[in-house]
Design a binder for this molecule. Structure first.
Ligand SMILES: *Cc1c(COP(=O)(O)O)cnc(C)c1O
Length: 411
């Protein structure tokens, strides 16, 4: 036998890695479930037709530069609301979803084992998973409590002053799972930090659901230390093609483009992304957004009328909402929320996301806004499920077991 031992050969941080978990690890898409767990766009892709796609050149490698796709992204995000300057393809990097960009920025700026990133929980899980993979430490400065979920700007600024080796700060706006848009003045205060030599990364995955001109993408033409990430996965309903975009100074964009695999964006992905960003695609995206906002407003009205549903936490700037589930005494409760999450999926075929273990999210479910019919089914299923969960009240040791289960859930 060769002396190979995976336990001593593989990197310790990879052996210890807790991978990114999604609700779909528990409940697969069997074609009948209503999937309200991953903030996808239930109305479908922003494509009016596929007729102009041409796949006759699939035997050739794709374009390594994607200049016309980048130009389309720049045209969309140049609003002149935050600066009179104009984004150009030199400000862009495109990757395999924003997940590639999250990882590329870490590899670009952070020396493994030495440098660290700052994150503000509750936030998107991939920042910490990518940091662990790269052996990069995490500094956490939680968001202010719900419902504002605003940046704790003074703590962030003092942490950046006193904790050494922080190279990146990842902020999510609108936040996942908070649904709150961060204040531009808070981001400006951090960008203007007097001593910190690092980069502010603003993840705008849900920006298409926020008010027009909320995106800070064009601000990268003013701030060399700002990076804005976006994706076609959410507002554009194109999660399946894996297209993420970074806006940055030409200097940072050049580093990211130098690092990437040469043909990271496939020909079909580039073609479909260009269609989604065409005038016809944008019209479809905006029509879908209008419908999502209608159903979101409906959920904000109807959910609190259900016995056992607590407060809306966070904001209404995304295609999902964060709501508390209450125990029989009317208190937000993780045992109840986890039981509701499981029963909704197993008995009713409605998959949402349990977020009760996230900082400041006690008892919370994150519910993606679906179609009108899906919303109707969700509201009925949730009312019945909560009544069942409240009705059953098992023996003491049963409750204890569920509490342990609730603590074990990483998702
Ligand atoms: C969904 C999501 C992403 C993932 O985007 P991809 O482009 O699909 O990789 C990034 N950031 C946040 C906050 C998200 O919720």
């Amino acid at each position: 036998m060769a002396p190979f031992n995976i336990k001593t050969c593989a990197r310790p941080n990879i052996l210890a890695l807790e991978p990114y978990r999604c609700a779909r690890d528990d409940y697969k898409d069997d074609g009948t479930n209503i999937l309200l767990d991953a903030n996808e766009n239930a109305y479908g892709p922003s494509l009016s037709s596929l007729s102009s796609t041409n796949f006759n050149s699939l035997h050739r490698y794709p374009d390594p530069h994607q200049a016309s796709l980048k130009q389309a992204l720049c045209n969309l995000r140049t609003t002149h609301a935050h600066t009179s300057r104009t984004l150009t393809p030199e400000n862009c990097f495109v990757g395999v979803g924003s997940d590639e960009a999250i990882d590329a920025l870490l590899r670009c700026f952070c020396v493994p084992g030495i440098d660290r990133i700052l994150v503000c929980p509750p936030t998107y899980g991939m920042y910490s998973v990518s940091a662990h993979i790269n052996d990069v430490g995490l500094i956490k400065v939680p968001l202010l409590p719900a419902p504002s979920f605003a940046l704790d700007t003074s703590s962030i600024i003092s942490t950046l002053s006193t904790s050494p080796n922080i190279k990146l700060a990842y902020f999510c706006s609108p936040g996942n799972p908070t649904g709150s848009l961060l204040a531009k003045s808070d981001i400006a205060a951090i960008l203007g930090h007097e001593t910190w030599n690092g980069v502010v990364v603003v993840d705008e995955a849900y920006i298409d659901f926020a008010p027009d001109e909320a995106s800070l993408a064009e601000w990268v033409t003013e701030w060399p230390n700002l990076v804005v990430m976006q994706t076609l996965s959410k507002g554009f309903g194109m999660a399946g093609i894996r297209l993420g975009a970074v806006f940055a100074s030409p200097e940072i964009a050049t580093l990211l483009n130098n690092m990437k695999a040469p043909y990271n964006i496939s020909t079909p992905t580039a073609a479909l992304a260009s269609l989604a960003l065409s005038d016809a695609g944008l019209a479809v995206m905006r029509a879908h957004r209008t419908k999502i906002v209608e159903q979101r407003d409906r959920l904000v009205r109807e959910l609190p009328k259900i016995e056992g549903v607590g407060r809306l936490r966070g904001g209404e700037m995304s295609n999902f909402l964060l709501f508390e589930m209450l125990d029989k005494d009317g208190k937000p409760d993780n045992v109840t929320a986890l039981a509701v999450y499981e029963r909704l999926a197993e008995a009713k075929g409605v998959v949402v996301r349990f977020r009760g273990k996230e900082h400041g999210c006690l008892g919370c479910l994150r519910i993606t806004v679906g179609t009108e019919e899906e919303t109707t089914r969700l509201l009925e299923a949730l009312a019945k499920t909560l009544a069942e969960v409240h009705g059953q009240g098992g023996p003491e040791e049963d409750e204890e077991k569920k509490e342990t289960e609730a603590n074990d859930v990483i998702a």
